[in-house]
Design a protein around this ligand. Structure first.
Ligand code: NAI
Length: 271
């Protein structure tokens, strides 16, 4: 295992699942973790609300005295859940915090690292409207709501979840190689887990409609992942092993994405 040189890492969603496992590994390595979550965290904040996101950012900068060595955004909600809330927590709760911490991260003398938790839902969910992803990326809330109104029930939640996670991955791809991020010593990358047995997934499994859909999702390695399996990868992506990683979206999903769309990647482009 690569060593981390970091002292202070911020983790959103640190109270449960992937965030909690990541916290455990980093703390065992001597890293100071500042957790942001609804409960059991250093900073209690509801990241579905703009004011709370801003407060979480300013309180974090205050208690770290502006010295932040890395950020992991793991806070998230999944179906069954109000579709708008899925966008608010998973997309805005990620991107606004990343933007809010960018300047502080850039002021570090060391190379700093960011891992944004996306999902393989971004690639394996069919029929996600491109304009919903675009509305997220352009922060057009009215348009997001309008598009979501065109869906109901399970479909609305599924497209909201997939769009929120696609927007996270695209934000990483669009920004990681820029002067503001890579050029400022920040390695911005994303991880796309598949079905991982956490309270979030259990909520879906316990749901009458979603339960069957999740159980029939093919996972070629044979079983759901553990939060620890994802946390170990995040730990690597927060270490100097990731010095040459920039804008990567790392799929750790038991093979579901490869099975469902084997030929959709890699693809070149035309000029
Ligand atoms: P989890 O439910 O165990 O942990 C999520 C954490 O986010 C919880 O501690 C929760 O309190 C916090 N959170 C939720 N809403 C919040 C809010 N409004 N403000 C602040 N914190 C809030 O779930 P899990 O599975 O560990 O999820 C972590 C991330 O991984 C999420 O972004 C999720 O979308 C993503 N993911 C999970 C997969 C899975 O199968 N479990 C698959 C792919 C991605």
């Amino acid at each position: 295992m690569q060593s981390t040189k970091y002292q202070t890492i911020i983790i959103t969603g640190s109270a449960s699942g992937i965030g909690a496992s990541t916290r455990e590994i980093l703390e065992a390595n001597g890293t100071k973790v500042i957790g942001i979550d609804l409960r059991d965290a250093d900073i209690l904040a509801d990241l579905s609300h703009s004011e709370e996101r801003n407060r979480a950012i300013s309180e974090t900068i205050e208690i770290t005295e502006g010295v932040i060595d890395g950020v992991i955004t793991s806070a998230g909600v999944g179906p069954p859940c109000d579709p708008k809330k899925i966008i608010d927590v998973n997309w805005l709760g990620t991107v606004e915090l990343l933007k809010g911490f960018r300047e502080t991260l850039a002021s570090s003398e060391n190379t700093v690292r960011v891992v944004a938790v996306s999902s393989n839902s971004a690639t394996i969910t069919p029929n996600v409207p491109e304009d919903l992803i675009e509305a997220c990326l352009t922060f057009d809330n009215e348009r997001v709501e309008h598009i979501l109104e065109g869906f109901s029930g399970m479909a609305a939640m599924a497209v909201a979840y997939a769009a929120s996670k696609t927007a996270v991955a695209r934000f990483v791809r669009q920004n990681a190689p820029t002067e503001e991020w890579a050029g400022s010593g920040i390695r911005l990358n994303s991880i796309a887990p598949g079905a991982v047995l956490t309270p979030l997934l259990q909520g879906g499994l316990d749901d009458e409609e979603f339960g069957d859909a999740i159980r029939t999702l093919p996972v070629p390695v044979g079983e759901f992942g553990s939060p620890d399996a994802i946390a170990k990868w995040i730990n690597i992506m927060m270490s100097d092993a990731a010095d040459f990683m920039c804008g990567s979206v790392v799929f750790v999903d038991g093979g579901s994405d490869a099975l469902i769309r084997p030929n959709d990647w890699p693809k070149s482009f035309s000029i």
